[in-house]
Unconditional design. Sequence first.
Length: 328
Amino acid sequence: MILGCRPDGDEGFQSAEPEGSITPSSTATIAVGATIQVETQPPPEPTLTAPATVEPTQAFPHDLDCREIFCQEIWQGILARPIGEGGNQTIDHVYPYASTYNRTMDPHYGVEFPNRYGTPVLASQAGEVVYAGTDDLTLLAVYTSFYGNVVIVKHPNLFLNQDLFTLYAHLSEIHVEVGETVTLGQEIGKVGLSGAALGAHLHFEVRLGENAYAATTNPVLWFSPLDDPQIGQTGSLAGIILDQYGDPLTEFELTLQKLNAEGVVERTYYPKTYYPVGVNPHPILGENFTLPDLPPGDYRLMFIAGGLYEVTFTLEPGALGFIKLQAD
């Protein structure tokens, strides 16, 4: 079953990149058919704080200066996962941010945390509740009754003097009221399947600068990579794939292979670049694809755009890797 929202047209908002956006400083190009082996120095050992104690005053990498095809940096998010220990903190890969599930679903303005009905939902950061209730009569998305029971929390001046808003949707219970001040990790509700949900899960959004459906950015990039109890500290991957004219390729399929020590493929991912309407890249990165919580190690990213493009790299624990490629 796809955990997401029922399709209802293909509406959206025109994407507007936030002012002051900083993108990686150079456009790396590779020849068709070439294989690029990226030599990288490992970043310092991660000293990530457990998600339950993330504080807004902690360092956040405000400038990932990527002058190569691949670069990476230890990535300390400023939001905690909205699901606590004992629940599923892993972000669903099936219906990621800025995807349409092959044009069968609405463009996705958030990410999903599949969990059992009634799993506690936690505030991702301290802030003020600005909405708590159903959206039966209030238009918060493309149509009413989209989120069902929903909570929106405002986090003042959390990022570069801009307010951040986090949204928690499809809840079965709401435990807070408008005007209430919540603390980091406070239980604000429980996972449900209200609104347009298909299956029990938490729909989570991050809105930058204003509490508006058109102001979302990818939540993946506001979290630290997950410290998974089974595989240990993970890493995340983001990047931008450009066509020969320097424009981002949209809904473009990529192939990412996890390689073992002998170079044999262990696992394959099939991410797509962002749908072009209504969604926004991170104001620093300017990305058009993202994959969260990957096992560290060796990878190969491939795509075909008039020819085969291929890049290999090593993703370090706790790092955000960034790839920028332009087709010839």
